[in-house]
Ligand binder design. Structure first.
Ligand SMILES: [Cu+2]
Length: 159
């Protein structure tokens, strides 16, 4: 009987450590897309939803992509009717909550594309979080925001 419970203990610890050593974060990245830009554009914008499926808040600290020299996290804001962007060192995703990156708000600034990106092309984007966990997602290049319900439909009419 003692031996048996010891075995259970080992098995449980083994399971726990395999979860801890996993590099995947508790964040799910959904609906990733990159807005298509003219071929000579030096910067593109990327959008997605970061969904935190854990009971702990998470913090996004850096982003990279093979298709770009550098990726920065920005936030667009309106101040006295003037739009401007600020660089974000981190973005906190609340426990069991999400943060939406969308035109007019948070966005990824994808700098200096290393290859031409046209509508329907794909690029892998890599996310690193404050707890050193990582997550990657495939973003699709689109002419415009994916249509999903009326709210987003209105966004696309801004352009
Ligand atoms: Cu920006």
């Amino acid at each position: 009987m003692k031996l048996y419970s010891k075995w259970i203990m080992c098995f449980t610890l083994g399971l726990i450590s395999s979860v801890v050593s996993s590099a995947n974060s508790a964040i799910v990245i959904r609906d990733g897309w990159i807005r298509e830009a003219p071929p000579n554009a030096s910067t593109l914008a990327g959008y997605m939803i970061l969904e935190n499926q854990s009971d702990k808040s998470q913090s996004l600290t850096s982003v990279s992509a093979n298709a770009f020299d550098r990726v920065m996290i920005h936030r667009s804001e309106q101040n006295n009717g003037m739009a401007h962007m600020t660089h974000q060192k981190q973005v906190i995703i609340p426990a069991n909550g999400n943060v939406v990156f969308a035109p007019g708000g948070y966005h990824l600034m994808l700098m200096h594309p290393r290859r031409p990106l046209h509508a329907d092309d794909q690029a892998t984007v890599n996310f690193v979080f404050a707890d050193k966990s990582k997550q990657s997602a495939i973003f699709r290049v689109r002419k415009d925001m994916p249509m999903k319900g009326e709210e987003r439909g209105q966004e696309t009419q801004r352009d």
